[in-house]
Design a protein around this ligand. Sequence first.
Ligand code: CA2
Length: 148
Amino acid sequence: MSVPITNTVYVLNGPNLNLLGMREPEIYGADTLDDIAAMLEDRARELGLEIEMRQSNHEGHLVDWLHEAQAEGAKAVLLNAAAYTHTSIALLDAIKAIRTPVIEVHLSDPSTREPFRHHSYVGLAAAKTVQGLGARSYLVALEAVAEL
Ligand code: CA2
């Protein structure tokens, strides 16, 4: 049975992103995940959307939250799966298993970094990818949701 679609956008963040703003600012920028959440909430208010921001270092939590997004009728998911982007068939299967659109987000541009970051399992099923814009990648992805 299908649930009614809400205005809530799940923003799911993978391993080590809880350390954002504390290390490697030259790659990932100086904003913390809380700063990004605040920016998204401001923009979401203007767009008539709501943000459900989560972070986990555990792959299975991300899989469970993708299922939850669909069960709760989320409008879309912004997913920065961090390193699991490049390794996780479980996340690929979860994205394929739900009808909720998933937008892949990255702060950096993995395609210009080490070769092991060039392949994205998430990107094989995501509706769109926004990368390389720092914290603004999340905002551009949110704006894309408003167009859905
Ligand atoms: O650019 C992105 O957003 C990434 O998803 C970030 C991941 C990386 O594995 C992907 O290839 C690209 C890494 C997130 C690690 O976050 C840190 C935060 C602070 C200090 C060190 C790592």
